[in-house]
Ligand binder design. Structure first.
Ligand SMILES: Nc1ncnc2c1ncn2[C@@H]1O[C@H](COP(=O)(O)OP(=O)(O)OP(=O)(O)O)[C@@H](O)[C@H]1O
Ligand SMILES: [Mg+2]
Length: 224
């Protein structure tokens, strides 16, 4: 039986020669389907670098990532992009919403980009906005939303393609404690209803404590 997601001997370096920085120094991990994981560690330990590789946004220098037994980096950039669009949702610390579009348009965007029909995309996006508690904010632009609301829109957008894997990089790093707790609750609800696998990079111990397992990175290696 293959695990859902497996990282084998991943190294990642940036630059070359004297300027080379070895960031990931041999990472081996296995994730079961439906698991929730907190990825923690000091600033600079390599958390975002590892998350980007798990999300196929960046390739490892060596080693492999297996998704349901398949080596994802065997394919070219186009194959990788289509795999990513089908299977992975991302939430970042800064929401990266498009400022000139409304909440519902931002959530629809991934579906439109992958060729979906506008009317169907609007229906899916509207339902998702209701699911994240923003049924009353469809036509607000990001600048007209609070930080917590912006992050809810970003979460809805991450879910619009029904991904099997949700990756988040400090999703509440920019929010106050009360709003963070609300977002943590929302992530818990999403996991309960969708059973997707979640890997969340966080410096927030309360959020880490809600995850099923914590993995600590120490200077590019898995710590204890
Ligand atoms: N594109 C890049 N080019 C060169 N060095 C990089 C690049 N990306 C990351 N690094 C270096 O890799 C190291 C790890 O960075 P990374 O962003 O993965 O850390 P992190 O654990 O996410 O830290 P933080 O908690 O501050 O977000 C840092 O020393 C960083 O400077
Ligand atoms: Mg980071």
């Amino acid at each position: 039986m293959n695990s859902f997601l497996e990282v084998r001997g991943v190294h990642k370096s940036f630059g070359s020669g004297d300027a080379r920085v070895d960031v990931l120094k041999g990472i081996d991990l296995e994730f079961a389907e439906g698991e929730t994981i907190a990825l923690v560690g000091a600033s600079g330990a390599g958390k975002s670098t590892l998350l980007h590789i798990l999300g196929t946004l960046d390739r490892p220098s060596s080693g492999s990532v297996l998704f349901q037994g398949e080596d994802v980096f065997k394919t070219g950039d186009q194959g990788l992009a289509s795999f990513r669009n089908r299977s992975i949702g991302f939430v970042f610390q800064f929401h990266h919403l498009l400022p000139e579009f409304t909440a519902v348009e931002n959530v629809m965007m991934p579906l439109l980009i992958s060729g979906g029909k506008r009317i169907e995309a609007a229906e899916v996006a509207s339902q998702l906005l209701r699911d994240v508690g923003l049924g009353h904010r469809f036509s607000h632009r990001p600048g007209e939303l609070s930080g917590g609301e912006q992050q809810r829109v970003a979460i809805a957008r991450a879910l619009v393609g029904s991904p099997q894997l949700l990756l988040a990089d400090e999703p509440t790093g920019n929010l106050d404690m009360k709003t963070s707790d609300e977002i943590h609750g929302l992530l818990g609800e999403i996991h309960a209803s969708r059973r997707l696998t979640m890997i969340i990079v966080t410096h927030n111990e309360r959020l880490a404590g809600r995850m099923g397992r914590t993995i600590r990175l120490v200077d590019g290696r898995i710590g204890s």
